[in-house]
Design a protein around this ligand. Structure first.
Ligand SMILES: [Zn+2]
Length: 269
């Protein structure tokens, strides 16, 4: 499943190809995605793309009088292609911009292509998202205040998108390792000092993944994407039994809310 870093890498890859360009045509081959693609999307030709922003794992294509809202779901990918590139089975949506085409491929069809002409921040999918982890909205005092009164394990707290958005299973484990915090610690027990380490660790873990993905930016033009590009860079994720890269203690795997958590018993106390 694409996580926040992949979505941000996608945004950075696409933005230069979309910004300032006129939408010349729209093709919806399969409207039955996670939600039906609204008819308004077919009528976007003639608009100019101003910019592409991201909120959580949603890409927001600003068209001046409204936003195209894109989500990659479980298996979606977006690529820029030359016009006339034959569509394959799972290529459900094209945004044509003159001499280039933005194409959504989504085999499992949990992705989304939506349109809103209202304020995008007020859209039902966007309005209730938690803090944006890479923005200044997430800072030590805010994280400390957010965690007060919550007895759930900090790993599960981090994965709750109503509080902080986009820290999925992988980056919750990675952030807690970087902050040297045991993933089972009740959220409300974190001191301000540990919240300071953790808010920085969340940003560092996500930014490291985005940097690792940056080398694949050219894949957005024409070539097939490579989803496996970050696998060898994890500190703890999917490394059960292997020596900690910092202290050599074997990495442990536990299960929290039916999801695997990886941590180092030596570094995370
Ligand atoms: Zn360690």
């Amino acid at each position: 499943m694409p996580e926040l870093p992949e979505v941000e890498v996608t945004r950075r890859g696409l933005a230069p190809h979309l910004r300032g360009r006129v939408i010349s045509a729209v093709e919806v081959r399969e409207p039955r995605l996670r939600w039906p693609v609204p008819n308004a999307v077919r009528g976007l030709a003639g608009r100019t793309v101003r910019t592409v922003r991201r909120r959580g794992k949603y890409l927001l294509v600003d068209c001046g009088d409204g936003h195209l809202i894109l989500h990659l779901g479980m298996s979606g990918s977006l690529r820029m292609l030359p016009p006339g590139t034959p569509a394959e089975k799972h290529d459900h949506f094209d945004l044509v911009l003159g001499d280039r085409v933005l194409r959504l491929r989504d085999p499992r069809r949990f992705g989304a292509v939506l349109w809103t002409s209202e304020a995008v921040e007020a859209h039902p999918l966007i309005a209730n998202l938690g803090l944006e982890p890479l923005s200044r909205a997430l800072h030590p005092a805010r994280l400390h205040a957010l965690t007060r009164g919550h007895g759930i394990a900090i790993k599960l707290f981090l994965m709750d998108g109503r509080r902080i958005v986009g820290v999925g299973n992988i980056y919750a484990s990675e952030s807690l390792f970087r902050a040297r915090i045991d993933p089972r610690t009740p959220a409300k027990r974190l001191s301000l000092e540990r919240c300071t380490r953790l808010s920085k660790a969340i940003k560092d873990a996500l930014n490291a993944a985005i940097r690792a993905g940056g080398s694949t930016l050219r894949d957005f033009v024409g070539a097939e994407g490579d989803a496996g590009y970050m696998q060898n860079r994890f500190w703890v994720y999917d490394r059960a039994g292997k020596p900690c890269r910092r202290c050599r203690t074997p990495i442990k795997r536990i299960v929290q809310a039916q999801r695997s958590t990886f941590y180092c018993p030596g570094c995370q106390k």
